[in-house]
Design a protein around this ligand. Structure first.
Ligand code: ZN
Length: 637
């Protein structure tokens, strides 16, 4: 794609949005609720096809100049959205329908959420304040982009001087894909594809330690200053909008409601998992003492490696043993087939669709003979591409008009020649997770852009994804596609059982680690940042929560991208997991029951934000959600 054409296309959509705003302002005073809401939505309509695409291309497009263009356009789009959110004349017209908010209709809901968004953006403040808000928001977008970019640019190479001897313990395909260079050294990068296997299998503790330090120094120190600025600007904005701090501001329109409730939730989970985490740590230490009887401490860089040894010996499970059952293409086809069967739809490959890279695939979703959605799979790593897994929406589904479109972005092994691209179990889980997001977006269909797509409360967003992970750990489902790449034998039941049991090991520590991230993200944003030394605060919190000592010279916050994207809301993963565990109970072990699945699709996935998420959950469960299933899962062993 030509960057100039793309730029022109996005700019034209912003222009059409401007025109729609003018048309809205010119509405007759007597315009009805329906006319008003429709005209209001027309302002967002032109952006429906370009906003998501711009975000996607900024992160994944193979052409660096187009990525750069997309980042500039992201700023322009954000600036226009901010301008709209501060537009007094728009606000006043919407406010004149305030009595219709909450009347149970989609139009009433549009009024309700629009008014709330307007007020949260400070539209009702004086002009000087609104000008200040606008400039703060623009600055925050730019600072956030710098933070993200420094992380991507912070990818570093780690040189292993003794070549393949330094890779002792590593899987054969890892060694094969990391050949020795002419000088006898081997290079690995800090990217997740190298990081996970190296921290799990490399036998040399010194190499793991040095490598881990390098990983934990990405974007260090440059992102410290960027982060300080980001925290300061967000705090200033929250104060200007009448909140004590950013955490209270950002959680106000989420399920959780305020910063204090988020803290209370996280501390509750900490106390629920503490005992189990202590037990996990003692097991890691005992494992270490087999080699070093005097050892008193387990370090971060030993965690993955010792855990793998415990799983191997105590659970007789070798994580390498399942990889032959997970060649990339089979996993992809299996997830597509499972989803198609579950919801009674068809995924049809579109070979002639325009894609941005030859490895990207396009599929149409066919439901009842109709094409109802389109999605893209951009699943393999390449230079300059976003390093994690994520679903990017490209267009929201509007009834009778725009088809929902989205793209999954991952960095999974790529089949090449005789290499089938064997996936790790954790990658298969991620595939299900991201596909859960995808189905949420593709099944969402609403009359108004404002309520369409994944527009629900942000702390509900990880529910469909974490729920769908359950389908990836069901033996019957796995056996339909997880077949040995050479022998075609389905994954054996006993290997599967040992895998599940082994995966259970370390659950306490992994939940506790999540709570460390979540409390860190919350605590940076729940006070005036000038009162905190961000580095020291991270160390102190880590010492309070986790048994692993801090390694001086490492600073993981500089590459903790969620501190920008999620700000104070890392808690959302665990919060969503509580709800996902509860929803899963409704399937009552019948994972392929199409009628329950379609009820879930109907009552939750398709609903966008036409009702609050807690109401959607109630509609599906027939009661409010609770903690019981989550606690049961946490304590099960
Ligand atoms: Zn997710």
């Amino acid at each position: 794609m030509n960057p100039k054409l793309f730029e022109a296309d996005v700019r034209a959509s912003i222009e059409r949005s401007h025109q729609a705003a003018d048309a809205f302002r010119a509405l007759d005073d007597g315009a009805s609720l329906e006319t008003t809401v429709l005209a209001l939505d027309e302002i967002l309509r032109p952006l429906n096809a370009t906003q998501g695409k711009t975000q996607l291309f900024a992160k994944v497009h193979p052409d660096a100049s187009l990525r750069e263009t997309a980042r500039t356009l992201e700023q322009e789009l954000a600036a226009w959205m901010t301008e709209l959110s501060l537009d007094r004349s728009l606000y006043e017209r919407v406010a004149s329908f305030e009595s219709c908010a909450n009347d149970g209709s989609a139009e009433g809901r549009v009024i309700e959420v629009t008014l709330r968004a307007f007020r949260r953006s400070g539209v009702d403040r004086d002009e000087a304040t609104r000008t200040k808000i606008k400039s703060l928001k623009d600055e925050i977008v730019r600072i956030g982009q710098d933070f993200d970019k420094n992380i991507i640019d912070g990818t570093a190479e780690f040189v292993i001087e003794n070549g393949h001897r330094g890779l002792a313990g590593m899987p054969a395909d890892f060694i094969a894909s990391h050949p020795e260079r002419d000088d006898g050294t081997v290079v690995i990068t800090t990217d997740p594809q190298d990081r996970m296997p190296f921290m799990t299998f490399c036998e040399s503790p010194e190499l793991r330690r040095d490598y881990h330090r390098l990983v934990m120094q990405r974007a260090y120190p440059e992102n410290l200053e960027v982060l300080r600025k980001l925290l300061a600007k967000r705090h200033e904005l929250a104060r200007l909008l009448g909140f004590d701090n950013w955490a209270d501001y950002i959680t106000e329109d989420k399920m959780i409601g305020d910063g204090a409730s988020a803290r209370e939730f996280l501390e509750r989970v900490v106390s629920l998992c503490r005992e189990r985490a202590d037990r996990d740590y003692r097991e890691l230490l005992a494992e270490k003492r087999r080699d070093e009887p005097e050892a008193e401490i387990v370090y971060d860089y030993e965690r993955g490696y010792l855990g793998e040894k415990i799983r191997k010996r105590d659970y007789d499970f070798d994580s390498q043993a399942v990889r032959p059952y997970f060649p990339y293409a089979r996993v992809r086809d299996g997830i597509l087939a499972t989803s198609a069967e579950l919801y009674g739809v068809e995924f049809r490959r579109v070979d002639d669709a325009e894609v941005w890279h030859p490895s990207v695939e396009c599929y149409d979703v066919i439901d009842d003979g109709q094409r109802v959605a389109r999605f893209y799979l951009d699943m393999h790593a390449r230079e300059g591409k976003f390093k994690h897994g994520a679903m990017f929406d490209m267009q929201n589904g509007i009834v009778g008009d725009d088809l929902p479109q989205a793209c999954l972005v991952c960095n999974f092994p790529e089949p090449k020649g005789s290499d089938p691209g064997l996936m790790l179990r954790s990658e298969v889980r991620t595939y299900f997770h991201e596909f859960g997001h995808l189905l949420h977006h593709l099944f969402s269909r609403q009359e108004y852009v404002r309520l369409a797509g994944i527009s629900c409360e942000w702390d509900f967003v990880e529910v469909p994804s974490q729920l769908y992970e359950e389908w990836g750990q069901d033996l019957e489902i796995l056996q339909t596609f997880a077949r040995h790449y050479e022998t075609e034998e389905p994954i054996p039941a006993d290997l599967f059982e040992r895998m599940l049991a082994a995966e259970d090991f370390g659950k306490g520590l992994s939940v506790l680690t999540q709570m460390f991230y979540a409390l860190l993200s919350l605590s940076y944003y729940e006070r005036d940042p000038k009162d905190i030394d961000i580095e020291r605060h991270m160390v102190e919190l880590k010492q309070r929560l986790l048994p692993f000592p801090h390694d001086e010279g490492t600073c993981f916050i500089t590459s903790f991208g969620h501190l920008n994207g999620y700000s104070a809301m890392y808690y959302t993963y665990m919060w969503s997991l509580v709800i996902a565990k509860d929803l899963f109970g409704r399937f009552d072990g019948q994972l392929m029951n199409r009628s329950i699945a379609n009820e879930y699709r109907e009552r939750i996935l398709s609903q966008g934000s036409v009702k609050p998420a807690s109401t959607l959950v109630h509609d599906f469960l027939g009661r409010d959600y609770d903690f019981a299933a989550f606690e049961k899962w946490l304590n099960a062993s």
